[in-house]
Design a protein around this ligand. Structure first.
Ligand code: SF4
Length: 315
């Protein structure tokens, strides 16, 4: 068996920053640390922090006044920030800067009186947060049918933005329909689908062309991981989205296969290596890496951690 490992794969700059932020908050502030929604959409990462006393919440009413609250990588709406202030919470904002860019964009469009057609998936934490920036002005577009059906007050003042983790191809199809319907459509100066999503999609597409089967390491609620599995599946080969080696089934594989492995932007490398080891032990697999692009993106810790001098006293 041959394993082709996609590169880039796994953690992106936003996820690295969010995880480092939570690590740093654990070092500096008294427990428990609360996090609004999952810090990143990965089961393993969330349970690793839960085991260390971090409390993940979906409702601020369960957070006691003056506690420490982190906003996850997916961002939050202004209403959540206002509520946190009311509760006098100490907040630390681990929102990915590329999500913040989309928030700024939709605010700017709505301030100028535009209707914003936001292309994304209903209920995803990022979309909920972004829509909260201008609920009166934003319409969610999930698919091409909705792009055909949507109506706006003034077709001369209409703009679009997208979720950062969409399929590049799906988003292009939806946006081109919107353009046909609204020739004056304005869009972001730079792509909203982030560099990490685009690079991982490009890498898995190349990998799928060379392999008999693709494993995507990532959680079911991770949007970018699901897109990777869909892209591999669309190439006509079996593609499995798995949280880690414990979800692999021996009957999926046979010894003369070439197996591609990649990982979503929130999936730790240790789980990728767990899958590699599983195949090495059972099929004597040899590993090659397919490097499509180098990534060199790094985000600084949130300002709250760069300025705070507070530390937890030694026990
Ligand atoms: S996937 Fe993209 S937008 Fe999301 S956290 Fe990573 S870099 Fe940021």
């Amino acid at each position: 068996m041959r394993i082709l490992l996609a590169s880039p794969r796994g953690f992106c700059a936003g996820v690295n920053m969010a995880i480092e932020t939570l690590e740093e908050a654990l070092r500096r502030f008294p427990p428990p640390i609360y996090v609004y929604h999952e810090i990143v959409h990965n089961r393993w990462v969330v349970s690793h922090f839960t085991d260390r006393g971090v409390v993940f919440v979906d409702d601020l009413n369960v957070v006691p006044a003056e506690a420490t609250l982190l906003y996850s990588a997916h961002g939050v709406s202004p209403e959540i920030r206002r509520r946190a202030e009311e509760l006098r919470l100490r907040t630390v904002d681990a929102t990915c800067p590329l999500v913040t860019k989309v928030h700024r964009e939709v605010r700017r469009f709505s301030d100028q009186g535009f209707t914003v057609l936001l292309v994304g998936h209903a209920g995803h934490d990022e979309i909920v947060g972004t829509m909260g920036e201008a609920p009166h002005a934003i319409r969610l577009i999930e698919n091409e049918e909705q792009a055909e059906a949507v109506t706006v007050a003034d077709p001369q003042r209409v703009a679009y933005s997208t979720q950062t983790t969409l399929s590049v191809d799906d988003a292009e199809r939806i946006v081109s329909r919107l353009r046909r319907r609204f020739p004056a459509l304005q869009g972001p100066a730079r792509d909203d689908i982030c560099y990490a999503t685009q690079n991982r999609q490009e890498a898995v597409r190349a990998l799928a062309a060379e392999t008999d089967l693709v494993l995507v390491v990532g959680s079911q609620n991770s949007s970018n991981s699901r897109r990777l599995a869909e892209i591999a599946g669309a190439a006509g080969i079996p593609a499995y989205l798995v949280d880690g080696p414990e979800e692999l089934h021996e009957e999926w594989f046979h010894p003369d296969q070439t197996v591609g492995i990649t990982a979503g932007a929130s999936a730790p490398e240790s789980l990728v290596q767990g899958c590699v080891n599983y195949l090495r032990e059972r099929f004597q697999a040899v590993v090659e890496e397919r490097v499509l692009r180098q990534e060199n993106v790094h985000f600084a810790l949130p300002i709250e951690l760069r300025t705070s001098r507070e530390t937890v006293p030694e026990a």
